[in-house]
Design a protein around this ligand. Sequence first.
Ligand SMILES: Nc1ncnc2c1ncn2[C@@H]1O[C@H](COP(=O)(O)OP(=O)(O)OP(=O)(O)O)[C@@H](O)[C@H]1O
Ligand SMILES: [Mg+2]
Length: 280
Amino acid sequence: MAAALQLDRVSKTYGAMRAVENVSLTIREGERVALIGASGSGKSTLIRLASGLILADAQGSGTGAVHAFGIKVQEGGRLESDVRAARRNIGLVFQQFALSGRLSVMTNVLVGALGRMNALRGTFGLFNEDERRTAYAALAEVGIAQHAAKRARELSGGQQQRVAIARALVQGARLVLADEPIASLDPKSAKRVMDTLVTMSRDHGIALCVSLHQVDYATAYFDRVVAMNAGRVVFDGPASQINAAFLTELYGASAEELILPSQFVVPAPPVAISQSQTVS
Ligand SMILES: Nc1ncnc2c1ncn2[C@@H]1O[C@H](COP(=O)(O)OP(=O)(O)OP(=O)(O)O)[C@@H](O)[C@H]1O
Ligand SMILES: [Mg+2]
């Protein structure tokens, strides 16, 4: 079975800055991985490389290859000509809510997910019954169906992130890459968004890779943690191995940035599989 995501010796250099250096990483189908690291360690760059939003450095053959579910995204600094085939399986969620604020929540889900449809058609409500039903079910699944008709900008940050998750569901993504999806949120909204991501992954077998600044969230929600430092993967293993002492070993003084104040307790993630309506 092809991996959900496979990176083979991928590097990305900006001038003299090695943002990502020789990273190889495999995420299995349905697997959930937290990507941690101090600011500037290369998390966003890695996620952008994985989704083909940026090109890796051109190097020898076989290096810089990115595959998602066995479909090539890029290799040797060249984007696969039919990169859309691979991208169809990849849903993206960003820190800054990448929605069209003027458009309705429903339209954002439909336009974002069904790339073949133009925004005008969406704006004028020309989606068919099936498409609307699917979008509505996805919105219900992430708990915001009641806001379907509102403009996206009327929603809170956490609700907007859940719209982005609904969009990935409607898209039929089998791998969701989320780059610091909770960085701009208050703790309560952050928990809600993390719960939604993990529940989505469990219920649909969607692989999940989430970059996080706060290590506490990584260890509360994930079994596997990949830690980056200065562009390199410095740890890839069980979350249970991550503690303050180990982080200090990995990061030295910048570990402080990754450890939350002790009075801040991350709530437990959902245990039960949700009963929510699923999108076929
Ligand atoms: N477009 C760019 N041009 C030049 N340098 C860049 C660019 N994007 C990233 N970098 C540099 O590459 C390094 C890795 O950046 P990246 O954004 O991947 O880190 P990060 O781990 O996501 O950090 P943060 O936690 O602050 O989001 C940084 O030194 C950054 O300044
Ligand atoms: Mg980043």
